[in-house]
Design a protein around this ligand. Structure first.
Ligand SMILES: [Zn+2]
Length: 615
């Protein structure tokens, strides 16, 4: 084979991986269980210290009936056989509300294990918005936190939020911001999130498009017209000032540069709130907060492997920049002193964070910013409930949903006590806090049949129900293009003259365009297959002389980075042999798919492959 040295952009594999993971996982979500009418969401918690969302009540009883708080007080009667829990020496709190997350996959399950019973997603999948509403109105037993979501955000073409591989709508420079917001309201967004970001906070050279100030102003006005909150992503002082001047209800980050008195006063005057997300700023500062959480003995047993890995990850510059976190904390301190509402939020879903666990770190960081422990706990319960209009949660009071958690000790004195979780209740049901499976025990992929031939493309075959071309084994062949990520490239797959013909066009529209064919070796798309006994991917290729890539997707996580090998498809049929060991970092016991794709440059492409074998 001819080996070329071209490497695809680093963003490409990630984008494909996330897009595919998102499209597959949305189909495989289990349905919410129907409400059961048992008495398992009745309980009385006796003799417990209560933090009710704003203040501390000592030696209190809390009665829960049918998933709601029925009474809070001293020593009331309950039937003899009524389920009772002794809370002596413990503290009962309203379920935590993480006011800034990106929640997909296991996020809401991970959150609940750590006492986070509600998450506010700040940009995510749109198709699930109505299902989320149904679920959070229910009092059924569940192992997931409830979720509110901004759905799609108001961002410019090529702007922040378009780089993650999900197809997202964008507001062009000459676009109608009010119509754009109306479309989001129509989709079911719970609030409107705007993104003001040009990357200048992170890079001296990289700049990306962002929405104009006038567009921000009219988007915020349109949100208010529709009775929705408008919240804004900023990462600079100047952006924070302009967002608040434009009428934003809140900022979903504080910036990691010094603020000034005019900003603090303006936030107060406009009654804006701020969700600082100190957890993710600590990741950028690389000051080790995430790693410390991953090593905390009280949290560690409940972290899934992917959560522990994420907490240890960093992003941003190559060297620590502690000033980012120090400035951010100083800004939060000043805002709090000025009387601005601060809402605890982590930006979980990003490197350096983990759903649920990071809220315990965020609470600690708020205390570092001058909050009393009770003020920090209010910022994670009653304050976000009040600002986001979540009427049935955030407090321990009669009529509130029984989203509760109990810890050993007194976190209103020592904030680190939030980590000593004894019990979490969701909708009044005690949550089974199952220890996540260790990574070594994760099952290897499905066995595949003996024999090496994947496909020789001989004979007539019908298309499978999912629009795939069947292969000798596995789910078969499917087209894959950057349309998953908002691009415009196209691909056509055809079995033709005993070969697989792949043709199409790479078009502008996504920064790392791709188009081609994807093969899934297990019975379902992206399901892992065990190829550890196979040594080599062999196929024949011919085509227009372009450089192409084979990307191998593998591992425990569906959105893990693929490993990439180049090949060239020239005018003559040529055999390409790629040792599977040459796919660096691939987990051959869990292979999810092989993509044969064209990338840059823009223009038409055509290639054929044949006699594909896994030897
Ligand atoms: Zn975010």
């Amino acid at each position: 084979m001819k080996v070329c040295t071209r490497r695809p952009g680093v963003g490409l594999p990630v984008a494909i991986a996330i897009a595919i993971a998102a499209s597959v996982s949305s189909a495989s979500h289990a349905a919410t269980p129907a409400r059961d009418n048992d008495a398992a969401n009745d309980v009385v918690i006796r003799n417990v210290r209560v933090f009710d969302g704003t203040r501390v009540l000592s030696n209190t009883d809390v009665l829960v009936i049918d998933g709601r708080i029925a009474a809070v007080g001293a020593k009331f009667d309950a039937p003899k056989d009524f389920p009772s829990v002794d809370g002596s020496g413990k503290t009962l709190l309203p379920g935590l509300i993480d006011a800034h997350t990106h929640s997909w996959g296991d996020a809401t399950r991970d959150a609940l294990r750590f006492g986070v019973t509600t998450e506010l997603d700040m940009m995510g999948e749109v198709g699930r918005l109505s299902a989320l509403k149904t679920r959070r109105e229910s009092l059924a037993r569940t192992d997931e936190a409830d979720l509110w979501s901004a759905g799609a955000a108001v961002t410019a073409p090529g702007g922040h939020g378009t780089q993650y591989g999900m197809k997202v709508p964008t507001l062009a420079a000459d676009g109608d911001a009010a119509a754009f917001v109306a479309a989001r309201v129509g989709e079911g967004s719970d609030y409107i999130k705007l993104i003001i970001e040009d990357m200048s906070a992170y890079s001296a050279t990289t700049r990306i498009p962002t929405i104009a100030e006038a567009q921000a102003k009219s988007a915020i006005a349109a949100a208010h017209q529709a009775r929705k909150l408008a919240v804004v992503h900023v990462s600079r002082l100047s952006e924070g000032k302009s967002a608040i001047a434009a009428g934003a209800d809140g900022l979903v980050h504080i910036f990691g540069e010094p603020g000034d008195a005019a900003f603090f006063a303006s936030a107060k005057k406009h009654k804006a709130f701020v969700i600082p997300t100190l957890s993710v700023l600590a990741t950028m500062a690389q000051t080790g907060e995430g790693r410390a959480l991953s090593e905390d003995a009280r949290l560690k047993p409940w972290l899934a492997a992917a959560q522990a890995d994420s907490l240890k990850a960093t992003f941003g510059s190559a060297t620590p920049k502690p000033a980012i976190l120090a400035d951010a904390i100083a800004n939060v301190r000043a805002l709090h002193a000025a009387g601005v509402d601060i809402l605890a939020g982590t930006d979980a879903g990003n490197p350096g964070t983990a759903h649920g666990a990071s809220m315990h770190g965020e609470l600690e960081l708020l205390v570092r910013a001058g909050f009393t422990p009770s003020e920090a706990l209010a910022a994670a319960t009653s304050v976000p409930a009040r600002r986001f209009g979540l009427a049935d949660r955030g407090r321990i009071a009669v009529g509130q949903r029984a989203d509760l958690w109990m810890v050993d000790g007194d976190p209103t004195r020592d904030i680190l006590a939030t980590r000593a979780i004894v019990t979490v209740w969701k909708n009044g049901y005690a949550v089974a806090r199952v220890q996540p499976q260790a990574p070594a025990a994760a099952p290897i992929g499905a066995a595949i049949p003996a024999g090496s031939l994947v496909d020789d493309f001989e004979g007539d075959v019908a298309t499978s129900p999912m629009g795939m071309l069947p292969a000798k084994f596995g789910a078969g062949w499917m087209q894959t293009t950057d349309q998953l990520a908002g691009g415009a490239s196209i691909a056509t797959l055809k079995r033709e003259n005993g070969a697989l013909a792949v043709s199409g066009e790479i078009k502008t529209g996504f920064a790392f365009p791709w188009s081609g064919a994807m093969y899934f070796p297990a019975a379902q798309p992206m399901q892992p297959a065990d190829l550890s006994a196979r040594k080599e991917l062999v196929f024949r290729a011919r085509g227009d002389g372009r450089n192409y890539s084979v990307m191998l997707f593998s591992g425990v996580q569906m959105q893990s980075m693929p490993s990439v090998k180049p090949f060239v498809a020239g005018p003559e049929w040529t055999e390409v042999r790629i040792p599977l060991s040459g796919f660096n970092g691939a987990d051959l016991s869990r292979v999810r798919g092989f993509a044969f794709t064209a990338g840059q440059p823009v223009g038409a492409f055509a290639f054929q492959i044949d006699d594909v074998e896994l030897k």
